[in-house]
Design a protein around this ligand. Structure first.
Ligand SMILES: [Zn+2]
Ligand SMILES: [Zn+2]
Ligand SMILES: [Zn+2]
Ligand SMILES: [Zn+2]
Ligand SMILES: [Zn+2]
Ligand SMILES: [Zn+2]
Ligand SMILES: [Zn+2]
Ligand SMILES: [Zn+2]
Length: 1860
C-alpha cells in the first residue's frame, strides 16, 4: 500500500492520507508511517530532492506547501519578533527602551517603533543576534513596534487542529531522520583535513532538511509548539531512538545508536554507570592524571607536550606546566551527559559539529516559544561544560565563540530564566567549575619573590587559551548572569562558590612577571602582556564590578563582609605560597594583583555605601604592611620605567606601564592600587610608610645634605627622575580623593576636566577617555543627561571648522575659562596621562590661558588645588604629612635646592612645596601649639620635637652630621666645638649597636630611612609573637641588614646649617625671583590689607607665588611663625618693600628674554634660508599652504614693461628665461571631466535614495558635446568638423601652477636626485611627479616660460590707426604666411616635451575624435581645446561670470599665458589650407563654391553650425608670434558678427510659426534706416533666408515648440541674444586678459556685464559705455554688406540641409549656457542613504557588495575592492574614476560614511561630510549615532573638486594599485 502511494502524485497521495488519518481507526496513521519508513529511510540520501518534496506535501496535507505556509501564518499570534540574524547584520539598540544592555532590534521593528529623541544607535552585529521586539523582560513595552504590541495579537483565532494534524504525525519522524543523519555522518576529527571535509559534507547533505525546519519555525506559534513537543518529549525520544527500537530495521537502528554512544565516549562523556567501570580500569592502569583531566587525560597530555615544543622556540626559560593534584572540579559537571529527548541530543551534535550556522539559526528561531526557551536553556546549561571543553580544542575557536555567544546571550539576558537555571541546574557552579577547569590547564609555577620556595601557581599568558582569549564566551556569560540581582545574590551567599572564585582569581595574582634586565637587551620581547591585561580585566575585574553593583546598600553588608573575608584568606595564602616576608624581591614587578584589587574595591564600597566600619574590615598591621608592598612596587616601577631604567626589557614594558594607567582600565588597575595604598598609609605608622616609599624608589641615598653622595641602588642619571617620581607619588597619594570622599559627580567632573585640559576633545573621544566611574557597569551611561550636563558645565563647544590648509576640524569641546581658573588639577592630569607629553601639553594650554586673560605672563607652576573633604574613615592618611620623616626629607630637599646640589629640579621643588602646603591645609586636630610635647623617643627626634608641620617649619637646625666621600668640600670644614643636641639621642634608637657609632651621625641627616623602616617592621612582627614559625622562617636578615651602603671611602663630616624650613623658603624665594631680598611680608608693608590673605587670589603664578602662598598660610596658622618670618626677612633685608619694583623688573626681564628668543628664532630662520639656497636637498620646509609664502605673482609680472625675471627655487639664481637656458613654471597637469558634468538646470541633481529616482546622464555638457560632434561627423568633412567644436569637456587637460619657477636644467637634476632617493614618497617619480621644492605642492611637469619681447607691449588705442577693412586684410596676410618651424633651441625642445606631457595626461579616447585616428586634425583640435578648457575652468573658478571678474583672487597664479605660447607654437605648425580658411568666408562675399554636391567628399561645416569660441582660438593661436592687439580685436569683431547671426537664427527657431511671420514682416518695414545694425531687420532677413528650406517645418512639431510658451517681446529678444553671446564674451575677455595682461573690468549688476565686456573687447565705443544702453546689435560692425553675407551663411546651411534634415534643428540651435558644476545633492540624514544602499545590489554583478561605494559626481553605485566587478585587474571604483572623472573620483563609502578621493594612481581618505550632533565623524559607523549632512564640509569637497585642488590640500595619499 505504501509503495503504491509512493508512485502516486504526491499532493493527491497526501490529501488522501490526511483523510485516512482523520478517521479514528488509526489505519491511516499506520499507512503514513509506512510511507515515511520508505521516504525517510536512512538508505536514502537526505540531499535527494524527492525526500523534501514528500515531506512538504505530506505536511501540507494536499495543499501546496506555499499555501499551507500562508494559512498557518495567518493564525500566527506570536508577540515576539525573534528574527535571528548572523554576523554583519545591521541592527539597532535603544538605551532608552532597553532593560538589558544586550537588547537589540531588527531594522524593521526599529523603524516601526517609536524611538524619536531616544538614545539609540545602529550597529553591525558581530556574533549575530536576535530581535527582542515584544520581549518585555528585555525591553520596555513602549519601544515595541506596532506588530509586536501584545494587543495586536488578541483578536487572532487559534489554529484549527485539523490544519496541523499531519505535522504532528510527520515531524517526529523528520527529527528522527535528522538525528540519524547526524549520528551516521560523524567521525572524530583527528586534525585531518579529510575528516573535516567529511563533516562538512554531512552538514551539506542535511541542508535541505534544516531549511525545511527553519521554514516551519518561521510560520509562527503553531508549528513552533508542535516542534517543541517533539523536541522536548522524553517518551517520543525513548520510543524512536534509544537502544531497543520498534521499527523494522533493527540492525540499522542498533548500529546507529552505537555510533551515538561512541561519540559520547569519545568526548569523555559517560553515564555514571559506565564511568565507575572506566575509573576502576584507570586505577588499575595506574593513570595518575585521571582526577585532573578526567577521561581526556591522554589527549590532554599530548597537547601540552606539543605546545611546549612550539613555545620552546620563543621562550627563553622553558616553563613546565603545572598540574594541580587537588583539583576542585566536580566530575558530575565536567564528565557526565545523558540525553533524554531529541533537543538534548541535537544540541549535543550541534556542539560536536562545532556549531554549524544553520543549526544555530534553527535552534534560535524556536526561541519565541516559551516552553521551548525554558527547555532549551536547561539543555544548554546541561551541555555547558561540554561546550567549553569542545571550544578549547576547536581549531576555529573564533567562529565557534561567536556562535556560542549568539545563543547564550539570548538565554542568559533574561533574568527570570537565568535565575531558574541557576536554581534548578546549578548554573553558577557549572560556570565557576568550568572556568577553573579551563585555567587549570595552563598553570605554571610563579617565580615571584622566592623562586625556589614558591608554591604559588599562575596562568601562563603564553598559552593559546589566554593569547587567543578563548575563554571569553564563558566569561561574558558569567558577567551576563551576574548582572541579574537574583543570580548575583545567590553567588554572594554561597561560601563554597566564593571560595572557589577566589581560588580562580588567585591564578592571575602575580602572573606575567617582569624581571628587569640589567645587562643585555632582551632577545625576545614577550608580547604576553596583552593576554595578561585582558585576562585580569575580563576574567577578574569585570565579574568583580558585576558583583559590586549588588553591594550598594546597607542591607548587603553581609555580602561584603564575606567577600572581604575570603579575599583576605586568599591573600594570606598567596603571601604564604610565595614565601613573602617583608621585602619585595628587587628588580621584578608584576602588574597583576587582582586579589588586592578585589579587596580594595569591596572595602571602598563598604565605606562609601554600606556604612561599614573600616577597622572591622582591616586585617592586622602585619598583613597591612605586606599588602602595601606589591602595589607600591608597581608605583616605583612605573617611575623606573619612565626613567628609562627598563630599556633593556624592550618597548613592551612601556606598553604595560601605559596600559596600567590608561583610562579604560584605570578603575580596575591603578585606582584600586592607590586606594589600597591610601588605606595602608592611613593605618600604618607614617614614618614607616614614608621611609618605605623612598626606599622603594631607591632615592634614600640621595636624601643627604652633603653635596656629594653615593648611591648603591641607582645610577646618578636616574636619581633626579626617581626622586621626582617618589615625591609625585606622595602628592598623588595624599591629594587623590577618588575613593576617599569624592561624590560620583565630583569624580566625573574631575576626570572630564583633566582630559579636556590635556587637549580639546571630540565628544566621542571624551566619552571614551572618561573611566566609567566608580563602577563600570552602573556608572555613567554614555550620552546620558548626566554626562551631557556635566560636559556643558565644564566645556565650551567649538563647532567643526575648516582650515584653509584643508585639515578638517571636528566639533570639539574645550575647557571653559572658569575651569582653567579654578579647576585645572595637575595632579589629576599626571595620574591620567599615558604619555608624559600630555602633562606638558596641559601646562602649555594653562599658560596660554593665563597669558590670554592677563592673569600671569611668566612661566606658571602647576596650580595648587584645594581638595574635597576626606571621608573621616581615612583621616589617618593625613598623619603622613605630619611625620618627622617626611619633614626631614622636606628640609633636606629645601636645603639641597638652596645649595644648588646636583640632580635637583624645579619639579622637585614644586612637589616639596605642594606637600608643605597640603600639610598646612590639613593640620592635625590637636592644638596648633604642641611644640612643647615630646613624643616617644625616636632617632629622628634629634631633628624635630613634634610632628606638626606648622611648628616644624620654623624649627632651626644648626648642625647636621653627614657622611660624605672624602673628596667632598664638607670634609675640610672643622667641626664646631659643640654640635647641636641632635646626635645624642640616637644610641638607643636602633638595636644595631655595632653599626651605630658610625651610623648615628648618618641618621642625623637621612636618619637611615632603611633602618628606621626595618626597626618598625620588626617591632610589629614581634608584637604578633604568636606567629613564631614565620619568624623562625625568616632568612638571615641581620646579615643583609648591616649597612648595605657603607663603603670605606665615606667619612663623616659635620655640616653647619642654621636654617629652618621657613628661612630656606625665603631664600628660595630670592633664588626663584633672581633677586636678593625679593620677599617682604606684606603685613609689615600694609597691616590693614587683609584681603591679601585670601590664598585663592594667588593661585596662579610661578614658584615665587607658591612660596608666598605658603608663607602667608604659615603666618596665618601661628603667631610664632609670623614672627619668625618677620625676623628672617629683617635679618637679611632692610625694610624696604621691593615688591612692586621686582614685578616691574621681572617684566623687564621677561621682555629681554623674549627679545633674546626672537633674535634666536630669526637667526635660525636665516640659517635655514641660507642652507635652502645652497642646496635644494635641504629645502624640506613644509609650508602648510601655498598661499602663505611669497610666491611671485605671474599675473602682475606680465604687466611690467621690463623683461621678466624669474627666480629659480632650486639654485636660487634670478634671471630671464632664455632660448638657451629656459626657466619653467612648476605645473600640475591633470585630466578633468568637471566641465563635462555641468548641467542645464541650476538645480543640483539629487542623489537617488529609492528605486523610483534615477539619474540620466543625457543632459550633461559632456554628453551634449559628444552628440553634437557625432552628428556633425555624419554629414560633414571630418577635418572641418574637428575645427567646429571644442573637446575636453570630459578628460581635458587642466594646467595649474603654484607660481614657482625653476631652471629646467635644475629641475632635471632635481628629478634625478629624487629618483635616487630611497625615501618612500607618496608620489611616483617615474611618472614625472614631484613636489615643488619650495612650497611642496604636488606637480608633474614644468611649463617653459616664453622669453618676452618688451617692445611689443605698446599702448594701443582702437580707432586711431586702421580701419576694420585694413586690419582684416592684415590678419588674412598673416594667416597666409607659412607655418615656420622654429629653430631648434633648448626652449623649443622643452615646449615640445611639455606638449607631450599634456597629451599623456589624458587617455587616448579623449584625444582621438577624428575618423582617422592619429591624424594631425586630432592634435589640432586637442590643442586649442586645452586652451578652451583652461579658459572655461578659470571662468568657473571666478563664479561663472565676470561681473566681479577682476576682483577674484582664486586664479591669481595663472599660467595661461605661458600655456598659450606653448600651444601656439605647436598650432602654427599646422597650415590651414587657404581655400578652407574660415577667415575668408567670415569676411568676404565669395562666389558660391559649389561645395561638393558632385564631389563624393562631404561638405564643410556651415559657419552657422560652428562654435565661435573654437574659431576664435584657432585664429588667435595660428597667428604668427607676438599677436598685435589690434588684430585680436579685429578677429573678435568679425566673429561677433557671426555669433550675432547665430543668436538670431537660434531665436527664430524658437518662434512659433505666426510669430515668425509677424517678425519677418515687421522687419522688412524697417529696412531703410541703418539696417546693418537693426536686429529687427536682421531677424526678418534670416527668417526669410532660412524659410527657403524646409527648415522651420521640423521645428514646429517637436520639443522646440514647447519652449515658445510665452510671447516674445523686443526686450526678451534682446535679453536672450545677450545671454547667447555672453559665454563667448567672457572667455574672450579672459583670453585678452591673459594675452595682453590688461586688467579685467568689473561691474555691480549682472545686467551690466554684457556692455562692460563688449567695451572691454573693443566691440563698443568707449563713449557708449553707459552700460544700460548697451545693445547687442550696436556691437556689430560689418566688413561687407550685412544682409549679403548673412545670406551667404544661410545658404551654406540650406545647401546641406537636405542630407540631414533631422538634425538641422539640433545643429543650428546652439545653447552655450551651462550652470556651474556641482556634486549630487545629498539628503540631510545619513540613514536615508545607508538604508537604501547598504542592501542594494550592483547592476554589474547583481550581488550586494561587501563594500558598496557611491560616486558623488554621477551617482553610480560600485563594488569597492570587489573581485566580482574587476576588469583586467582594475577594480570597479578605479575603473569608474577613469570613466567618470578621467582619473578623478569622489566616492562615498556606504558602510563607513567616509569619502575617498581617487586621483590617478593615488587615493586618499577625505573624511566625512556627515557628522553627528556633536560635530563628529563616525568612521565605519562604529558608534552608529544618527549622522547629519554638514553642508559646509560638502561645499569644501565640491570646491576642491571644481578647483582641482585635491592634490594640494589633502596630505595623506597612498597608491591604490587599482585595487579599490
Ligand atoms: Zn524584529
Ligand atoms: Zn517588532
Ligand atoms: Zn527607544
Ligand atoms: Zn636653477
Ligand atoms: Zn611652489
Ligand atoms: Zn561617477
Ligand atoms: Zn559592481
Ligand atoms: Zn560586484
Amino acid at each position: 500500500m505504501a509503495v503504491s502511494l509512493l508512485r502516486r502524485d504526491k499532493r493527491s497521495a497526501a490529501a488522501s492520507l490526511k483523510a485516512e488519518c482523520s478517521r479514528p481507526d488509526g489505519r491511516g496513521v499506520q499507512l503514513l508511517n509506512d510511507l515515511l519508513d520508505s521516504v525517510l529511510s536512512p538508505e536514502r540520501a537526505l540531499a535527494e530532492a524527492e525526500v523534501i518534496e514528500w515531506c512538504k506535501c505530506l505536511i501540507a496535507g494536499g495543499e501546496s506547501f506555499d499555501d499551507f505556509c500562508k494559512m498557518v501564518c495567518a493564525y500566527d499570534n506570536a508577540t515576539l519578533c525573534g528574527l535571528v540574524w548572523t554576523a554583519n547584520f545591521v541592527a539597532y539598540r535603544c538605551r532608552t527602551c532597553g532593560i538589558s544592555p544586550c537588547m537589540s532590534l531588527c531594522a524593521e521593528c526599529f523603524n516601526a517603533g517609536e524611538h524619536t529623541g531616544h538614545d539609540f544607535n545602529m550597529f553591525r552585529s558581530q556574533a549575530g543576534g536576535a530581535c527582542d521586539c515584544g520581549d518585555s523582560s528585555v525591553m520596555r513595552d513602549s519601544g515595541f513596534c506596532k506588530r509586536h504590541r501584545s494587543t495586536a495579537s488578541l483578536n487572532i483565532p487559534s489554529v484549527p487542529n485539523e490544519l496541523m494534524m499531519m505535522s504532528e504525525h510527520i515531524l517526529p519522524r523528520v527529527i528522527l531522520r535528522l538525528v540519524q543523519h547526524l549520528r551516521d555522518g560523524y567521525s572524530e576529527p583527528v586534525s585531518d583535513p579529510a575528516t573535516e571535509r567529511d563533516l562538512q559534507k554531512t552538514l551539506q547533505q542535511m541542508d535541505p532538511l534544516i531549511s525545511l525546519l527553519e521554514d516551519l519555525t518561521k510560520m509562527g506559534g503553531a508549528t513552533r509548539s508542535i516542534l517543541t513537543r517533539v523536541l522536548a518529549n522524553h517518551q517520543i525520544y525513548k520510543d524512536l531512538c534509544s537502544g531497543d527500537l520498534c521499527t523494522g530495521e533493527k540492525t540499522y537502528a542498533k548500529k546507529n545508536y552505537e555510533k551515538y554512544l561512541a561519540a559520547l565516549k569519545g568526548s569523555g562523556l559517560v553515564t555514571s554507570k559506565e564511568r565507575s567501570v572506566t575509573s576502576v580500569l584507570d586505577q588499575m592502569a595506574g593513570a595518575s592524571n585521571v582526577t585532573i583531566l578526567g577521561a581526556t587525560a591522554g589527549t590532554g597530555q599530548m597537547d601540552s607536550s606539543d605546545e611546549e615544543e612550539q613555545d620552546g622556540n620563543q621562550r627563553v626559560g622553558k616553563r613546565k606546566r603545572v598540574e594541580l593534584c587537588n583539583s576542585t572540579k566536580d566530575p558530575s559537571i565536567m564528565d557526565i551527559l545523558k540525553h533524554k529527548c531529541f533537543l538534548e541530543e541535537i544540541l549535543f551534535w550541534t556542539v560536536k559539529y562545532e556549531f554549524p550556522q544553520k543549526m544555530v539559526t534553527f535552534l534560535l528561531n524556536m526561541l519565541p516559544d516559551q516552553d521551548y526557551k525554558i527547555a532549551f536553556t536547561k539543555t544548554f546549561v546541561q551541555h555547558y561544560a561540554f561546550i567549553m571543553k569542545t571550544l578549547i580544542k576547536s581549531h576555529e575557536s573564533d567562529t565557534m565563540s561567536n556562535r556560542i555567544v549568539h545563543i547564550s546571550v539570548q538565554l542568559f539576558s533574561n533574568e527570570e530564566l537565568a535565575r531558574q537555571v541557576t536554581e534548578e541546574c546549578q548554573l553558577l557552579e557549572i560556570m565557576v567549575t568550568v572556568l577553573l577547569y579551563m585555567m587549570e590547564s595552563c598553570l605554571i609555577k610563579s617565580e615571584l619573590q622566592d623562586e625556589e620556595n614558591n608554591f604559588h601557581v599562575v596562568v601562563n599568558c603564553g598559552e593559546p587559551l589566554l593569547k587567543n582569549n578563548t575563554y571569553w564566551p564563558l566569561v561574558s556569560d558569567f558577567i551576563n548572569i551576574l548582572s541579574h540581582q537574583s543570580v548575583a545574590k545567590r553567588f554572594l551567599e554561597d561560601q563554597g562558590l566564593l571560595q572557589m572564585w577566589m581560588n580562580f582569581v588567585s591564578f592571575f595574582q602575580g602572573m606575567n612577571l617582569n624581571k628587569r634586565e640589567l645587562n643585555e637587551h632582551v632577545e625576545f620581547e614577550s608580547q604576553t602582556y596583552y593576554a595578561a591585561f585582558a585576562a585580569e580585566l575580563e576574567a577578574c575585574a569585570q565579574p568583580m564590578w558585576g558583583l559590586l553593583t549588588h553591594c550598594k546598600i546597607r542591607e548587603t553588608q553581609g555580602y561584603t563582609r564575606t567577600v572581604v573575608r575570603y579575599c583576605l584568606d586568599a591573600l594570606q595564602d598567596w603571601f604564604d605560597a610565595i614565601n613573602f616576608v617583608d621585602e619585595p624581591a628587587p628588580n621584578q614587578v608584576t602588574f597583576h594583583l587582582p586579589l588586592h584589587r578585589y579587596y580594595a574595591m569591596f572595602l571602598s564600597k563598604a565605606i562609601r555605601c554600606q556604612q561599614l566600619d573600616l577597622d572591622s574590615l582591616l586585617p592586622d598591621q602585619e598583613m597591612l604592611m605586606k599588602m602595601m608592598v606589591h602595589p607600591l612596587q608597581i608605583q616605583a616601577s612605573l617611575s623606573e620605567i619612565h626613567s628609562n631604567m627598563w630599556v633593556r626589557n624592550g618597548l613592551q614594558i612601556k606598553g604595560q606601564a601605559m596600559t596600567y594607567v590608561q583610562s579604560h582600565f584605570c578603575n580596575s588597575m591603578i585606582d584600586p592600587d592607590i586606594f589600597l595604598l591610601q588605606v595602608c598609609a592611613s593605618r600604618l605608622d607614617p614614618d614607616y610608610f614614608v621611609s618605605s616609599v623612598f626606599e622603594r624608589f631607591k632615592v634614600v641615598d640621595l636624601l643627604t645634605m652633603a653635596s656629594q653622595h653615593q648611591n648603591a641602588a641607582l645610577d646618578t642619571e636616574h636619581e633626579r627622575s626617581m626622586l621626582e617620581g617618589a615625591l609625585t607619588f606622595l602628592v598623588i597619594l595624599l591629594s587623590l580623593r577618588i575613593h576617599l570622599g569624592m561624590t560620583d559627580d565630583e569624580i566625573l567632573r574631575a576626570e572630564m576636566v583633566a582630559q579636556l585640559c590635556m587637549s580639546d576633545r571630540t565628544h566621542s573621544t571624551l566619552l571614551d577617555l572618561i573611566p566609567e566611574n566608580p563602577n563600570p557597569k552602573s556608572g555613567i551611561i554614555p550620552g546620558s543627561y548626566y554626562f551631557e550636563n556635566m560636559l556643558s558645565a565644564v566645556a565650551d563647544f567649538k563647532a567643526p571648522v575648516f582650515e584653509p590648509g584643508g585639515s578638517m576640524q571636528q566639533g570639539m569641546y574645550t575647557p571653559k575659562a572658569d575651569v582653567w581658573n579654578q579647576e585645572f588639577d595637575p595632579i589629576m592630569v599626571i595620574l591620567r596621562t599615558v604619555y608624559r607629553r600630555d602633562v606638558q601639553s596641559a601646562m602649555d594650554r594653562y599658560m596660554g590661558f593665563l597669558k590670554q586673560t592677563g592673569k600671569f605672563c611668566g612661566n606658571p607652576w602647576p596650580p595648587y588645588r584645594e581638595r574635597a573633604p576626606l571621608n573621616p574613615s581615612y583621616k589617618g592618611l593625613m598623619r603622613i604629612l605630619h611625620c618627622k620623616t617626611l619633614h626631614i626629607v622636606l628640609f633636606t630637599l629645601l636645603y639641597k635646592m638652596s645649595m644648588d646640589h646636583q640632580n635637583m629640579s624645579e619639579h622637585i621643588l614644586c612637589m616639596v612645596l605642594y606637600l608643605i602646603e597640603l600639610g598646612l591645609d590639613n593640620l592635625p586636630e590637636e592644638t596648633v601649639e604642641e611644640e612643647e610635647m615630646f613624643g616617644e623617643e625616636r632617632c629622628s627626634d634629634s631633628w624635630f620635637h613634634g610632628t606638626n608641620i606648622a611648628t616644624n617649619l620654623n624649627h632651626v637646625i644648626n648642625y647636621v652630621r653627614v657622611r660624605v666621600p672624602e673628596t667632598a668640600p664638607e670634609v675640610t670644614r672643622e667641626p664646631p666645638a659643640s654640635t647641636s643636641s641632635d646626635t645624642s639621642s640616637f644610641v638607643q634608637g636602633s638595636r644595631r649597636a655595632t653599626a651605630l657609632n658610625r651610623e648615628s651621625s648618618n641618621t642625623a641627616q637621612v636618619f637611615s630611612l632603611v633602618a628606621e623602616r626595618r626597626r618598625k617592621f620588626q617591632e610589629i612582627i614581634n608584637r604578633n609573637s604568636d606567629n613564631a614559625i614565620q619568624n623562625a622562617d625568616v632568612r638571615p636578615k641581620t646579615s643583609k641588614w648591616t649597612a648595605p651602603s657603607s663603603t670605606p671611602q665615606l667619612t663623616t663630616a659635620i655640616l653647619e646649617v642654621r636654617e629652618s624650613m621657613l628661612s630656606l623658603l625665603i631664600k628660595l624665594h630670592y633664588k626663584l625671583s633672581g633677586k636678593q631680598n625679593s620677599y617682604y611680608p606684606f603685613w609689615l608693608e600694609d597691616s590693614e590689607s587683609t584681603s591679601r590673605l585670601d590664598p585663592m587670589q594667588q593661585s596662579h603664578g610661578d614658584g615665587t607665588t607658591a612660596v608666598e602662598r605658603i608663607l602667608i598660610k604659615t603666618a596665618a596658622r601661628s603667631r610664632q611663625n609670623k614672627c619668625s618670618i618677620e625676623e628672617i626677612c629683617r635679618k637679611v633685608a632692610p625694610p624696604v618693600p621691593p615688591k612692586k619694583n621686582s614685578s616691574a623688573d621681572k617684566k623687564a626681564l621677561d621682555k629681554e628674554e623674549r627679545r633674546q628668543k626672537a633674535r634666536e628664532r630669526q637667526q635660525k630662520l636665516l640659517a635655514e634660508f641660507a642652507s635652502r639656497q645652497k642646496s635644494f636637498m635641504e629645502t624640506a620646509m613644509d609650508l602648510e599652504s601655498p598661499d602663505s609664502d611669497v610666491a611671485m605673482d605671474i599675473g602682475s609680472s606680465e604687466q611690467q614693461d621690463s623683461e621678466t625675471v624669474y627666480d629659480c627655487v632650486i639654485c636660487g639664481q634670478s634671471g630671464p628665461s632664455t632660448e638657451e637656458r629656459p626657466t619653467g613654471l612648476v605645473v600640475l597637469l591633470q585630466a578633468s571631466s568637471v566641465l563635462g558634468h555641468r548641467r542645464r538646470s541650476t538645480e543640483p541633481k539629487k542623489l537617488p535614495t529609492s528605486d523610483e529616482e534615477q539619474i540620466y546622464p543625457e543632459d550633461t555638457c559632456g554628453t551634449a558635446h559628444d552628440v553634437r560632434i557625432t552628428d556633425l561627423q555624419q554629414y560633414f568633412k571630418d577635418s572641418s568638423c574637428l575645427q567646429s567644436v571644442s573637446i575636453g569637456w570630459e578628460g581635458g587637460v587642466y594646467v595649474q601652477t603654484c607660481g614657482h619657477t625653476l631652471h629646467i636644467d635644475c629641475h632635471k637634476s632635481y628629478m634625478e636626485s629624487l629618483r635616487n632617493d630611497q625615501v618612500l614618497q607618496s608620489f611616483s617619480v617615474d611618472k614625472g611627479e614631484f613636489t615643488c621644492p619650495l612650497c611642496r605642492q604636488f606637480a608633474n611637469s614644468v611649463l617653459p616660460c616664453y622669453p618676452e619681447k618688451s617692445e611689443e607691449k605698446s599702448i594701443w588705442s582702437p580707432y586711431i590707426s586702421k580701419t576694420l577693412q585694413a586690419l582684416i586684410e592684415e590678419v588674412e596676410e598673416q594667416q597666409e604666411q607659412l607655418g615656420m618651424f622654429p629653430s631648434v633651441t633648448n626652449l623649443s625642445k622643452e615646449m615640445e616635451s611639455v606638449m607631450k606631457d599634456i597629451k599623456n595626461t589624458t587617455q587616448k579616447k579623449y584625444i582621438d575624435y577624428g575618423k582617422t585616428p592619429g591624424s594631425p586634425d586630432n592634435d589640432f583640435l586637442f590643442m586649442y581645446s586645452v586652451a578652451r578648457l583652461n579658459l572655461e575652468l578659470e571662468l568657473v573658478h571666478r563664479g561663472g561670470n565676470l561681473c566681479l571678474g577682476g576682483a577674484s583672487a582664486t586664479t591669481k597664479r595663472s599660467c595661461l599665458n605661458q600655456l598659450l605660447h606653448v600651444l601656439a607654437m605647436h598650432m602654427r605648425l599646422f597650415r590651414i589650407d587657404s581655400a578652407y580658411n574660415p577667415w575668408t568666408r567670415l569676411t568676404r562675399l565669395t562666389q558660391v563654391i559649389d561645395s561638393g554636391i558632385c564631389d563624393d567628399e562631404k561638405p564643410e561645416v556651415p559657419l552657422l553650425y560652428r562654435d565661435i569660441s573654437s574659431l576664435l582660438l584657432i585664429l588667435v593661436l595660428t597667428m604668427p608670434q607676438e599677436l598685435h592687439k589690434e588684430h585680436f580685436t579685429c578677429i573678435v569683431k568679425v566673429l561677433y558678427n557671426l555669433l550675432y547671426t547665430q543668436a538670431i537664427a537660434t531665436l527664430s527657431v524658437r518662434f512659433s510659426e505666426e510669430e515668425r511671420t509677424a517678425w519677418k514682416n515687421s522687419g522688412k518695414l524697417k529696412i531703410m534706416c541703418n539696417s546693418d545694425k537693426s536686429w529687427e531687420v536682421l531677424l526678418s532677413h534670416i527668417i526669410g533666408e532660412l524659410s527657403k528650406g524646409k527648415l522651420y517645418c521640423a521645428s514646429d512639431t517637436d520639443q522646440v515648440s514647447m519652449l515658445s510658451t510665452s510671447v516674445w517681446s523686443p526686450q526678451s529678444i534682446e535679453y536672450s541674444i545677450q545671454q547667447f553671446c555672453l559665454p563667448f564674451l567672457r572667455t574672450t575677455s579672459l583670453l585678452q586678459h591673459h594675452l595682453f595682461g590688461d586688467d579685467l573690468p568689473n561691474c555691480q549688476r549682472t545686467e551690466e556685464e554684457f556692455g562692460m565686456l563688449a567695451s572691454y573687447l573693443g566691440l563698443l565705443l568707449s563713449s557708449l559705455q553707459s552700460s544700460d544702453e548697451a545693445n547687442s546689435s550696436s556691437c556689430l560692425e560689418w566688413p561687407v554688406a550685412a544682409l549679403d553675407i548673412i545670406s551667404q551663411w544661410c545658404s551654406e546651411v540650406m545647401t546641406s540641409a537636405e542630407s540631414h534634415s533631422e538634425q538641422v534643428m539640433n545643429l543650428l540651435v546652439q545653447d552655450p549656457q551651462w550652470s556651474l558644476p556641482c556634486l549630487l545633492q545629498l539628503p540631510e540624514n545619513y540613514n536615508t542613504i545607508f538604508q537604501y544602499y547598504h542592501r542594494k545590489a550592483c547592476v554589474h554583478c547583481s550581488k550586494v557588495p561587501k563594500d558598496p561605494a557611491l560616486c558623488l559626481v554621477c551617482g553610480t553605485f560600485v563594488c569597492l575592492k570587489g573581485q566580482c566587478c574587476k576588469q583586467q585587474s582594475y577594480c570597479e571604483c578605479v575603473l569608474h574614476s577613469q570613466n567618470c572623472g578621467a582619473g578623478t573620483g569622489i566616492f562615498l563609502l556606504i558602510n563607513a560614511s567616509v569619502i575617498i578621493v581617487i586621483r590617478g594612481h593615488r587615493f586618499c581618505l577625505w573624511g566625512s561630510v556627515y557628522l553627528d550632533t556633536h560635530g563628529e565623524e563616525d568612521r565605519d559607523l562604529r558608534r552608529g549615532k544618527p549622522l547629519y549632512l554638514c553642508s559646509e564640509r560638502y561645499k569644501v569637497l565640491e570646491q576642491q573638486w571644481v578647483t582641482h585642488t585635491f592634490d594640494h590640500i589633502n596630505k595623506r595619499w597612498g597608491a591604490h594599485y587599482n585595487g579599490l
